[in-house]
Write a new protein. Structure first.
Length: 322
């Protein structure tokens, strides 16, 4: 029996079981917004399209996200948009990214494992709509081309893993990334987001017009107060705090330190209206979310008929906030 015919039947049945309209939260009262809040699509909005792909970036633009966050790493002589140091989780290839040459990267299916509603805390569920649809791991140039001329900010997180002697150092990777940003002429629309003080300090020295944001998240074993004080002392522009870390009171205290220092305050990863409402009194400047359509509805009052690209279809598959 023809596979495509079977797929068509499966998709029809899936839609028949999910025929309700997309439900978005009501817009928050304007008076509760103490200042404008940038909505940053995490990895392009990974709940709606495969993370860090051009499709996700273009979809994040369509959803009216104010900024697009993506992860990049230097793979041989090219920056690629990829979060993990392995291709296993997001593609049909199974090897470390450092071991993959451009020919291998070009053949890996970047939509192979994506499921609707995938986010930073779950792998999603449903049908792998993008499998075999031709999605590839993009280069940074591909991303720059996708956002060229668009009124959107780009938040770049440089991922780097120290290798054996002779491999690219963090210094070289940082310098080459800054060179790419400088050549792109995106200028002040680029923000560099990193847990590495070294990367951001070098950015301040070489490209001072680039916004530098020091992040504090799950992988760091130091208190958030240490991160905030480090950012203040080094003259970085902002701090990003991961909201699902244990110790809510501590995160709130650190957020107030950032605000009192007059720095740019970012929260990540914010996926529910309830979390937004809790954070509003802390006056964030930006929230990073896997569900940008939900947050655009909540904070800007703009509702998109479907948050998914056309390949997924126009109907609601999952709740639009996670």
């Amino acid at each position: 029996m023809n596979f495509k015919w079977l797929m068509g039947i499966a998709i029809t049945l899936l839609f028949a079981c999910n025929d309700e309209h997309t439900e978005y939260p009501a817009q928050v009262a304007p008076e509760s917004l103490l200042q404008p809040i940038l909505i940053v699509a995490h990895r392009g909005g990974m709940a709606y399209a495969p993370e860090n792909t051009v499709t996700a970036i273009e979809n994040g633009l369509r959803l009216n996200a104010d900024a697009l966050e993506l992860d990049v790493q230097l793979q041989q002589n090219e920056f690629i948009a990829l979060h993990d140091f392995s291709l296993d989780r997001t593609t049909n290839c199974s090897l470390p990214s450092v071991a993959a040459d451009q020919n291998i990267i070009a053949t890996c299916d970047a939509g192979y494992r994506w499921l609707p509603g995938a986010n930073a805390f779950s792998s999603g569920s449903g049908w792998p709509f993008f499998r075999g649809a031709g999605l590839r791991i993009p280069t940074l140039d591909d991303v720059f081309n996708a956002v060229s001329g668009k009124d959107v900010k780009l938040m770049i997180d440089l991922k780097h893993k120290n290798g054996p002697p002779g491999t690219v150092s963090l210094t070289e990777a940082t310098d080459r990334l800054l060179g790419k940003i400088q050549q792109s002429e995106l200028g002040s629309s680029v923000m560099l987001f990193s847990s590495s003080s070294f990367v951001l300090a070098r950015t301040e020295a070489i490209l001072p017009e680039t916004t530098t944001i020091l992040s504090w998240g799950t992988g760091l074993k130091v208190p958030c107060t240490t991160i905030v004080l480090d950012a203040i002392s080094r003259g970085f522009d902002g701090v990003a705090l991961q909201v699902n870390r244990a110790g809510r009171a501590g995160v709130d205290f650190c957020a107030r330190l950032v605000r009192d220092a007059g720095m740019f305050l970012v929260f990540w990863t914010v996926n529910s209206p309830e979390t937004v409402e809790r954070l509003l009194p802390l006056r964030p400047d930006a929230i990073i979310t896997d569900f940008p359509a939900c947050m655009v509805a909540l904070l800007h009052g703009i509702r998109i008929s479907s948050p998914y690209p056309n390949i997924v279809g126009g109907q609601s598959l999952l709740p639009k906030c996670g």
